[in-house]
Design a protein around this ligand. Structure first.
Ligand SMILES: O=P(O)(O)OC[C@@]1(O)O[C@H](CO)[C@@H](O)[C@@H]1O
Length: 403
C-alpha cells in the first residue's frame, strides 16, 4: 500500500502508487465535509453545555469554533507537552485550511485542540477532566446498557458455538454506540441494522483464537459504555471459555472522538458489570480477577490518538501486534486507520490493504464513513441499488479477517 505521508517538496501528502486518493473534507455536502462543518461545531456547543466551564475555557471554545468555521489550522501552544510529537505527525497541514487536510488528520487534530480548549492538559482545575464524560456516563447508566447486560443471562444456555457467535455479534453491533456519530443529523437515526453482514469472515477468526498454543490477543477497543461492555463480555469469553493466555486491551490515552474508551472507561465498565448481578456480574468478577493477575492488561499507547494510518505505527506497537495470535480492531475509525482512509473501490481485497500488518488481524465494524473494501461485486450492486447511504448510516456491518 502506498504511504499517504510520503511528502512531496511542498509538504503535501503524495500518492506514490496506484492507490486511490486520500479522503479530504473539501467537497461541500460530502460526508467528511459534514463532519467538519456540522458535527464538530455541534460538538463544541455540546461540550460547553455539559460542563460548567468558566469564562476562559468558554472563550477558548469560541476561538476554536471560529478557527474551524473559517480559519486555517493553528499550531498547538508553544509550551504544549506534546508539541514535538505533533510536529512529527504534522504533514505540512498546520497553517493551511482545515478542509484541505486529509479527513483523518483533520478530525484527529480537532480533538487534540478541543482538549486544549477545555484545559485538559493545563495545570489547574480542569486538568484531566474528560469533556465527554457526561455523555459516556449517561449512556452507561441508561436503559440500553441495562438491556445489554440482561441479555448476557441467556448466553450460558446456548450451545458453545452459538455462545461464541452471539458474543461476537453483540460486540460487533455494539459499535453503533458511537456518540460522535449520533451528534450528526444523519446519525441520529442510527440503531437500525441490516440482518446480514456485508462481509463475514468469522469462520477465519475462531481458528486464529483456538490455535495450537494458548492465544495472546490484542483487542483494540473503540467506544466506551454501550460498545465496551459487549467487548468485555467477548474478552471474557476469549479468556475463560477459549483459554486465551492473555488479552491486551488497547484504549485511547486521552478523550477522543467523543465516546472512545480511555482507561477510566474500562474501570467504569468492569465495575458496572460486577455490580449488575446475574451473568454480567460473573463476567465482571472474572475480568476484575484477570486484570489483577495480568491476563487482561490495559494499554493506552500514544499512537492510538495519532492522526495517521496504522501503516505508520511505531516499532514498539508493531512488535506488540506481531506478538499476538490475533489483533481485533473494533470500529470505524480503526478500520479507516487499518486500511488507509482512501476511496478504495469497494471490491478491492481486504488482504491487499493490510499486507503491512505484522500479524493476523480482524476488523469488526459498523459502516460509518465512506471507506470500505473487500465486498463482493453482487453485494455492492445490491447496496448501491438500494439508494440509501449504506456506507455512512451505521446500519450495515462487516467482519473481515486476514489470518
Ligand atoms: O470509530 P467509530 O466510533 O466506530 O466511528 C467514528 C466515527 O463516528 O467518526 C468518523 C467521522 O467522524 C466516522 O468514521 C465514524 O462515523
Amino acid at each position: 500500500m502506498a504511504d499517504d505521508d510520503v511528502r512531496g517538496r511542498s509538504g503535501e501528502p503524495a500518492v506514490t502508487s496506484g492507490d486511490p486518493p486520500v479522503i479530504r473534507s473539501d467537497v461541500p455536502g460530502s460526508f467528511p465535509w459534514s463532519v467538519l462543518h456540522d458535527r464538530h461545531p455541534a460538538l463544541i456547543r455540546k461540550v460547553g453545555d455539559a460542563t460548567p466551564y468558566g469564562p476562559d475555557r468558554r472563550r477558548a471554545l469560541d476561538l476554536l469554533l471560529r478557527e474551524i468555521t473559517d480559519g486555517v489550522i493553528g499550531p498547538l501552544e508553544r509550551a504544549a507537552h506534546d508539541r514535538e510529537l505533533w510536529e512529527s505527525w504534522d504533514r505540512g497541514h498546520v497553517g493551511r485550511r482545515w478542509d484541505d487536510a486529509p479527513f483523518l488528520w483533520a478530525e484527529s487534530y480537532f480533538y487534540r485542540k478541543l482538549l486544549a480548549a477545555v484545559g485538559y492538559f493545563d495545570p489547574g482545575p480542569w486538568r484531566g477532566v474528560d469533556p465527554f464524560e457526561p455523555f459516556k456516563q449517561a449512556e452507561l447508566l441508561g436503559k440500553g446498557v441495562e438491556a445489554e447486560l440482561r441479555a448476557l443471562d441467556g448466553v450460558p444456555g446456548m450451545p458453545p458455538g452459538e455462545q461464541a457467535q452471539t458474543l461476537l455479534q453483540r460486540a460487533l453491533w455494539g459499535n453503533q454506540a458511537d456518540l460522535g456519530f449520533r451528534l450528526s443529523a444523519g446519525g441520529a437515526q442510527a440503531g437500525g441494522r441490516t440482518t446480514g453482514l456485508t462481509a463475514d469472515d468469522s469462520d477465519l477468526l475462531w481458528p486464529a483464537v483456538d490455535g495450537p498454543r494458548p492465544a495472546r490477543i490484542c483487542f483494540v477497543a473503540d467506544n466506551a459504555a454501550g460498545e465496551l461492555l459487549p467487548d468485555l463480555a467477548l474478552i471474557d469469553h476469549l479468556l475463560h471459555a477459549r483459554g486465551a493466555r492473555e488479552v491486551l486491551l488497547h484504549v485511547k490515552p486521552t478523550p477522543y472522538y467523543v465516546s472512545d474508551a480511555v482507561p477510566a472507561d474500562v474501570i467504569a465498565c468492569v465495575r458496572r458489570l460486577s455490580a449488575a448481578g446475574g451473568r454480567a456480574g460473573e463476567v465482571g468478577e472474572r475480568l476484575w480477577g484477570a486484570m489483577g493477575s495480568g491476563r487482561l492488561a490495559v494499554r493506552a499507547h500514544v499512537f492510538s490518538c495519532a492522526p495517521l494510518p496504522y501503516s505508520e505505527m511505531p516499532e514498539d506497537l508493531r512488535e506488540e501486534f506481531a506478538s499476538a495470535s490475533l489483533t481485533i480492531m473494533k470500529g470505524d475509525l480503526n478500520y479507516r486507520r487499518l486500511v488507509g482512509d482512501r476511496m478504495w473501490p469497494p471490491t478491492t481485497p481486504f488482504a491487499s490493504a493490510v499486507g503491512y500488518f505484522p500479524g493476523p488481524v480482524a476488523a469488526l465494524r459498523t459502516l460509518k464513513s465512506d471507506v470500505v473494501m473487500g465486498l463482493g461485486a453482487d453485494v455492492v450492486t445490491e447496496l448501491d441499488a438500494g439508494g440509501r447511504p449504506w456506507r455512512t448510516s451505521g446500519t450495515h456491518a462487516l467482519i473481515q479477517v486476514r489470518p
